[in-house]
Design a binder for this molecule. Structure first.
Ligand SMILES: NC(=O)c1ccc[n+]([C@@H]2O[C@H](COP(=O)([O-])OP(=O)(O)OC[C@H]3O[C@@H](n4cnc5c(N)ncnc54)[C@H](OP(=O)(O)O)[C@@H]3O)[C@@H](O)[C@H]2O)c1
Length: 227
């Protein structure tokens, strides 16, 4: 059975991705920073729960140690946890980068020993086209006018980390994606987006790519996106 860990999976796109991957036969671990919310979400789906705060080294280490003890390896890792804060100041910058970018480093580094024990290791980063230099400098793209500087910058870092990890670990697939504008708690104040289930299908597609799939790419539901 494919062993899969999804960070920030207690709600939104991560939760619906867990549902799809369970249906595809994966043994899914729901990572959530809040034990109550995470355990409730896991029980609802019939998934496993592990406490995992991507901003906390000890929490990340404990979470991967739990997966290691129970499953002995990790086949699919989905970096989904993220925050969007429209403020532009030092503390918001630190929080945004800590969650959206540094969190990827923490979880990847802790997961690498487990991923190396997989026959077909696959890491998917739920990034954003708001972090694409191509999109934000193209007046014809919606990302051009978005006033979300720290989110965009931290997602650019998330995509770059994905590319750097792909280059450093040719035996592991690392791809980043834009899931599509989605109506979740993150975007509630904008009142936009499609259902989380629709966007989760984009995540699930990359999470179920075979060993001959691409690595080091940024994709959306239509295929490869320019960086
Ligand atoms: N919605 C969109 O239109 C859109 C577009 C492009 C990309 N994305 C990306 O898609 C991903 C999922 O977002 P969403 O729209 O589903 O938003 P969401 O419903 O707000 O879900 C975000 C998830 O991340 C978790 N999280 C936040 N900080 C965390 C931390 N420090 N440690 C662990 N988990 C943490 C949240 O947990 P709590 O419940 O504890 O807060 C929640 O489970 C994000 O990376 C987001 O940037 C979304």
């Amino acid at each position: 059975m494919t062993v899969t860990l999804i960070t920030g999976a207690n709600k939104g796109i991560g939760f619906e991705t867990a549902r799809l991957l369970l249906a595809a036969g994966h043994d899914v671990w729901i990572g959530a920073r809040d034990a109550g919310r995470g355990a409730k979400a896991a029980a609802e789906l019939g998934a496993r729960f592990v406490q995992l705060d991507v901003t906390d080294d000890a929490s990340v280490a404990a979470a991967l140690a739990t997966v290691d003890a129970e499953a002995g390896r990790l086949d699919v890792l989905v970096h989904n946890a993220g925050i969007l804060d429209t403020n532009l100041d030092g503390p918001t910058a630190l929080r945004s980068f800590d969650t959206n970018a540094v969190g990827i480093v923490r979880v990847t580094e802790a997961a690498l020993p487990l991923l190396r024990r997989s026959e077909s290791p696959n890491v998917v980063t739920v990034s954003s086209s708001a972090g694409s230099f191509w999109a934000v400098t193209n007046p014809e793209r919606p990302e051009f006018g978005l006033p979300i500087a720290l989110y965009a910058a931290s997602k650019a870092a998330a995509t770059m980390l994905t590319v750097q990890y792909a280059k450093a670990h040719p035996g592991i697939r690392f791809n980043a994606l834009e899931p599509g504008t989605t109506a979740t708690d993150m975007t509630a104040s904008f009142g936009i987006g499609r259902t989380p289930a629709e966007s989760a299908a984009v995540v699930a597609r990359l999470a179920t790519l075979g060993a001959d799939g691409p690595t080091g790419t940024l994709q959306d539901e239509n295929g490869t996106l320019p960086f």
